[in-house]
Unconditional design. Sequence first.
Length: 653
Amino acid sequence: MKSPLKPALLILEGREVPALFGNAWPNAGNLTLSFAPDNTVIAGSSQAALGSGRSSDLFAGMSAVGTTTQWQTEILRAFQTWAVNANVNIGLVPDDGSPFGPDSQAPGAGSVGRLRVGGDQGSPEVVAINNPYNLMSGAWSGDVFFNTSHDFAIGDQPGKFDVYTSTLDEAGNIFGLADTDDPSSGLYGHYVGVKTGINADDVALFQGLYGTRTPDAWEGASGNDTFATATRLTPYASPTDPTKQMTSAIGADLTTLSDIDNYVFTTAADTTSLTVRLDTVGKSLLNAKISVYDDQGNLIGTATSGGPLAMQDLVLTLNGVTGGADYTVRVEKASDDVFGIGKYDLKVGYNFDPVDPATSEAVTYSKDWGFNDSIALATPLQAVDGTNGATFVENGEIEWSTDADYYSFQSPASTPLPLTVTVTPAQTYGLFTQVTVYDANGDVVPSQVFANGSDGRLVIQVANPTPSAVYYLKVESVGRNGQGLTGDYTLSADFTQPPVTLSALASNDLTADQSTAYTTLSVARTKLYHFTLDATTTDDQTDSGMRMVIYDSNLNIVATLTTDAGTTSSGDILLGAGTYYVKFTAATKSGAALTNMTFNLATMVLSDPIDPYAPADPTSPPPPPTPDIVSSVPADPFYIGLPLTDPWANPWQ
């Protein structure tokens, strides 16, 4: 009888690649944040590829801290501590409980923040974990999970973790900054007691990514801090009622705690009342005060925001207003803290409430009608303004299952970074594609797939691209089980992203006689892991593939990932500390005999934690980190008989 473990699994380098840092959010001036309600799915089978089901319990976990307003304010205060140092704004928005991960952007999903805060009863070696922005993370970018198995508090309480201090490191990581070995830093990866803020080095690192916070365009050459230098606003016809006039200052900003903005305007001749709106909901955490003065400098009305958690725009209506007269609106801080800084829109309406109609920046996806289906007919891509020819973006459409879209562009004169190509479907799970890169001669350029998830998002990289060279991209659909063959997508070709490095975990050759293999994963600390699984075969005439199934120590399925031969699939899973068993099974779709198949499993870490325990001497650097995940050949494969049919069966049944 053949040994069930032959051929032996080749275990490769067992050190995971750390979370990617140094990536700034592309739209940092317009970020949103939401608190996920309890029972929000964190990693559920609804992701189709990974996860056996776990739910957020943030509100229950923080219930002993104080009121919801108190602990949420502390979390927002930590994020805002970073944001005020650059042109970064975070607007609080509601969260409808759509699942974390790709499902948060699936068709039919409701409203959630680009940054999301949740809770998870993780293993004790972390206080909280976060998922910084990077191309691999996709919809997971911006998520923060507090470990609700720990006790939290506001301030210094024995045996508990201060909410504000715990969030400082998480927020800094979310913004793209790596941990430091300075215990006084907000980025120190160990909890060493209550902190009051970030230090000068932290600010310098943050501004290195995002620049300094700059005054808004309404300030003018001399500023508008006084009545004498007030910015004059010009009335225009209201988009909601053309018979009325309004005036506005869109994209304004209180840049520092000493900043005061004054705006002067002349009312329409028939004006008897006016309404002043200060819109901050979804724009920033600004806690503001507005005051209105007549042309003699007399205060005739004032109103103050309800605070960063109010999620309510500031509205002040005044009656008995004189038509054809000058009035001044003053905007200033309502609190002398980090919430006294932020972005806002000012709108003033005469005789009505000046609410602009809801507008949406609809994306237009280009139909090519089959006219760019070859290199000779490739659509030229124009570089995005301000990128110095380093970034190209196009919104296209796969109109039928055999449609192929070709694009051409020229690499920058200096290309120190790889060519990163990303395809994002307009609807999550709605389109599955592959991309082929060609050089100017029409020859295929080798590329590596780093993300090809169940949500349809694809990321590949070409290492060492040639400067000032013409490249072509071919985008075509591949579908999954007959689904996702047509649809809209956004294509990005980018020379600004750092190289992606995966850590190899396991590799093996499978045959008809031995179609399964096994490995053990030892996870040292709770983190979000990105896995890639690729398979190749010498038989290109038979459809074949394989499935990886991860079991926990109780032999429950916690993750599953499939791939067809000749492709790479990826998925993300939040794993707690512990031992996991992995079974690889290869098969053909027709049931024909399997020809030799080679597979490779690799991983990288997407998240970063703050650890609860400081080193013995917090003034000295912490010891070198140990690997978070390692693989090994199981000494006693007692789980060899775990049921599994074929790579396309439903593992949850």
